[in-house]
Write a protein that binds this ligand. Structure first.
Ligand code: NAD
Length: 479
């Protein structure tokens, strides 16, 4: 595929390309342009031209176009999902689900767009009015990771378009194809040329050129904390607005009075979704010593039923996307082993027919983990979970918060007062009590501490693409 700029497919300046391969087999799926700073400039110029018109379209027209885009995503979810399956390796059903769920978010952003209002203070003197209005921030650069390429793009794109902004997106090198296809589908659905442009290339070269370019007014980034910090530093040069959704190392606290069946089912489901390549997954569990052994046994039984999906076959977990992501999990397992933890499930790479072409790691549970181990400190981004026994809810909360991350937290207890106190005490952008539902499209999503800056989703997401502007009006009052 080529890049999608100003409503047309375009090659990179100089014509260089790179391979996109299937993580399950290693086979090349397609080639995409390896874009340069010149390409970044061309895409940003297209977005800037489109901004002049898009920002002035009546919001009802913008909303109708967003709704048409959402409908097109639903109609073509199988096609986009199949492409996502090929580039990411996640089992197909989950990929198709990602497309239709992202379409729902597009609809919600469109509806939030209809509710945008300016306000006017009532306290002005005669002949003076003060109106507080909102302007779209301008051209936005979106930089996205590999793990939910469509969802995490839509977190940004739907909000930006509803607010009147236009966008240049740079998807991950691993998973650019679904984003490119989406751009063409949106154009067919009526999104005007230049409103949504996609450039493909390397984080360092292309990503930096986009972030440092003087025209865009905002960077919306989802990815690792290290890259987020580099982007924040580079964006400071032109004082760009930032939304940063960064890494996580999310803790669960399981109290002695928890409903064990519910807690283990929720953690088994949530900790291993998308092979653990999931920013707010349960990464570590602090469980009361009184129920520790029963918890480990029950969780292990449930997680052991999750299956690996071989290349071309069915199952719950696909391969990890690349060798770097696999190596991080493998290093955390090795570190835990060296420091005396017990690997009660999994731990070793899966090989054999159907698995040799990819980096497959079976669901892995590490018991007797201690706070000095990487599995309890650093983001895993793989199907590995650490469990640590504690003597009290207070100790669990202290350990849960002893982290530079603050994306999500999870609490299990039948005592509602204790549960609420623990939820309130968690240093995290979202906290779940007694079960783990999917994150809602209507409420803010984002992280505290080094997990990020700003919030996405719902009206909070749209507001992140608007700037306040105050108009002071003076006029002669007729006699
Ligand atoms: P990554 O940080 O390696 O890459 C993300 C994107 O940034 C890619 O498109 C990459 O090309 C680009 N990039 C790399 N260096 C850059 C630079 N110097 N300047 C500009 N762009 C650059 O992340 P990844 O491995 O693709 O994804 C995994 C990470 O994403 C994990 O840390 C995970 O926690 C995080 N993530 C966070 C959330 C959230 O909502 N908080 C959601 C999903 C993933």
């Amino acid at each position: 595929m080529e890049m999608f700029i100003d409503g047309t497919w375009q090659a990179s300046d100089g014509g260089a390309t790179f391979e996109v391969s299937n993580p399950a087999t290693g086979a090349v799926v397609d080639h995409v342009p390896d874009a340069t700073a010149t390409d970044a400039d061309r895409a940003i110029a297209a977005a800037a031209r489109a901004f002049d018109t898009w920002r002035h379209r009546p919001v009802t027209e913008r909303v109708a176009i967003l709704k048409a885009c959402a409908g097109a995503m639903r109609d073509r979810a199988d096609e986009i999902g199949a492409l996502l399956h090929a580039e990411l390796g996640r089992p197909l059903a989950g990929c198709i689900g990602e497309i239709s769920r992202s379409a729902d978010l597009m609809d919600i952003y469109a509806e939030e767009g209809l509710r945008l209002q300016a306000t006017m203070g009532l306290g002005g003197a005669t002949g003076e009015k003060t109106i507080v209005t909102r302007d779209p921030v301008g051209v936005v650069v979106a930089i996205t990771p590999f793990n939910y390429p469509v969802t995490l793009l839509l977190f940004k794109l739907g909000a930006a378009l509803a607010a009147g902004c236009t966008m240049v997106a740079k998807p991950s090198e691993d998973t650019p194809l679904s984003t490119l296809r989406l751009a063409a589908i949106f154009a067919e659905a009526g999104l005007p040329p230049g409103c949504f442009n996609v450039v493909t290339g390397q984080g360092r070269a292309l990503g930096e050129a986009l972030v440092e370019h003087p025209v865009p007014r905002k960077i919306a980034f989802t990815g690792s904390t290290a890259v987020g910090k580099a982007i924040a530093a580079a964006a400071a040069g032109t004082m760009k607005r930032l939304t940063l959704e960064l890494g996580g190392q999310s803790p669960a606290i399981v109290c002695a009075d928890a409903d064990l069946d519910k807690a283990t089912s929720a953690i088994a489901r949530h900790g291993f979704a998308n092979s653990g390549q999931f920013c707010y997954r349960v990464n570590r569990v602090y469980v009361d010593r009184a129920i520790h052994d029963a918890f480990v046994a029950q969780l292990t039984d449930k997680v052991a039923t999750l299956t690996l999906a071989p290349a071309g076959g069915d199952g719950d977990l696909g391969p990890l996307v690349n060798s770097k992501i696999y190596a991080n999990s493998a290093a955390q397992v090795a570190d835990a082993r060296d420091k005396g933890a017990r690997i009660v499930l999994g731990g070793d790479r899966q090989t054999g027919p159907g698995f040799d072409g990819g980096h497959y790691l079976p669901p892995t549970i590490i018991a007797d983990a201690t706070p000095d181990m990487l599995i309890l400190r650093e983001e895993t981004f793989g199907p590995v979970l650490g469990i640590c026994a504690v003597d009290s809810p207070a100790e669990a909360l202290r350990l849960a918060n002893d982290s530079r991350y603050g994306l999500a937290g999870f609490v299990f207890t039948r005592d509602l007062a204790r549960g609420l106190a623990l939820c309130e005490g968690m240093e995290a952008g979202s906290v779940w009590l007694n079960d783990i539902q999917r994150s809602s499209h209507f409420v803010p999503f984002g992280g505290m501490k080094e997990s990020g800056l700003g919030r996405e989703k719902g009206r909070y997401g749209v507001e992140a693409y608007l700037e306040y502007k105050t108009l002071y009006l003076s006029y002669e009052v007729p006699e």
